[in-house]
Design a protein around this ligand. Structure first.
Ligand code: AVJ
Length: 325
């Protein structure tokens, strides 16, 4: 049951803290037949730290596996890319992955982009002290819907750095559209260095997204606290449980928040009842076969020049060059 706008006065606690566009997106997801909240809302300050903790978990193989590929093949990547690039880090977070590449890649400029701007500022200030010769800029942007880079970003030799299989949050169609936008934001000398998680057995995937310590559960549940702040909602975190598992038919891991009991949630201008077991879909994490990953790039204006994988074939790092137009 969804009620119309109430006529209550806005106070500090019932006032949404999101921009009108972000609020409208949250509101629409909460009202949808199958309720959903975008995974980008997982990353408030605490969520970003919980994600860092996930990356340390024994079950969460992507970060470690990708790091092993960079450690083993970083020199070869740097040789293929060459020094002096404009390194554009999409979803930079703590900037640690890019920082490890600086001594190999020697970029002329480093542009860190993340939706969590505060987290970013701290990370960049620390980095600039260590690498004073690299021009650095941080941009607090949600690049999921548009990727218009401001004039301070050098146009020459743009290299989009998109590690961690973040591309998996998009459907393959959305991923293609996103990559085409990246292609449109670079000249013929542009490129992409992307990490993509590969299809593997479902037990490994299930464990990676529903770990024994419950860190992923905390990460997913924290989204409700963030939405409480953004939309002036009254989610009670204790009434919800985490679900994370591989959906083999769809080729993706799904995360949901499931109501433990019948409950009602209210937010600025809306209210909704959930029955026990009813879910809010919070994330998709698509897994690709190597051939499909290469195909996706080729259809989106990039030629996959190099593919590096770990020995088990769990994860791929791909250097793709802009197809000249
Ligand atoms: C940051 C989107 C790559 O999908 O593996 C980790 C996020 N979600 N555990 C992923 C995530 C649950 C992660 N990405």
């Amino acid at each position: 049951m969804i009620n119309p706008m109430p006529t209550t006065r806005l106070t500090e606690t019932n006032r949404p803290h999101a921009s009108p566009a972000v609020f409208a997106e949250l509101d629409a997801g909460l009202r949808a037949g199958a309720a959903c909240i975008s995974p980008k809302f997982l990353y408030d300050a605490l969520g970003s730290r919980l994600f860092e903790a996930i990356c340390e978990l024994p079950e969460y193989y992507p970060t470690r596996t990708e790091a092993s590929i960079f450690a083993r093949h970083g020199h070869e990547m740097a040789r293929a890319i060459g020094p002096g690039s404009t390194l554009i880090d999409l979803g930079a977070g703590n900037c640690a992955k890019a920082a490890k590449l600086f001594p190999l890649l020697h970029p002329a400029q480093y542009v860190a982009i993340d939706i969590s701007a505060d987290f970013l500022r701290e990370s960049i200030e620390r980095l600039q002290q260590r690498f004073s010769h690299i021009e650095m800029t941080g941009l607090g942007l949600d690049f999921s819907n548009s990727l218009d880079l401001p004039g301070i970003v050098r146009p020459e030799r743009r290299l989009f750095f998109y590690p961690g299989s973040s591309i998996g949050n998009f459907t393959p169609e959305q991923a293609g559209a996103f990559l085409r936008r990246a292609r449109a934001q670079c000249d013929n000398d542009g490129g992409l260095l992307i990490g993509i998680d590969l299809v593997k057995d479902s037990a490994t995937l299930d464990a990676a997204y529903d770990d024994a310590l419950g860190v992923t559960a905390a990460f997913n549940l924290n989204l409700l606290r963030h939405v409480n702040h953004l939309a002036a909602a009254d989610f009670d975190v204790r009434q919800w449980r985490h679900r994370g598992y591989y959906n083999e038919a769809q080729g993706r891991v799904e995360m949901h928040l499931e109501a433990r009991e019948a409950l009602t949630v209210s937010w600025h201008g809306g209210t909704r009842a959930f029955v026990a077991g009813q879910r809010i879909h919070t994330e998709n994490s698509y897994k690709y076969r190597q051939s499909a990953a290469v195909g996706l790039l080729e259809q989106s204006g990039f030629h996959a020049a190099h593919v590096w994988t770990d020995p088990a074939g769990w994860f791929a790092v791909i250097h793709a060059r802009a197809i000249p137009i």
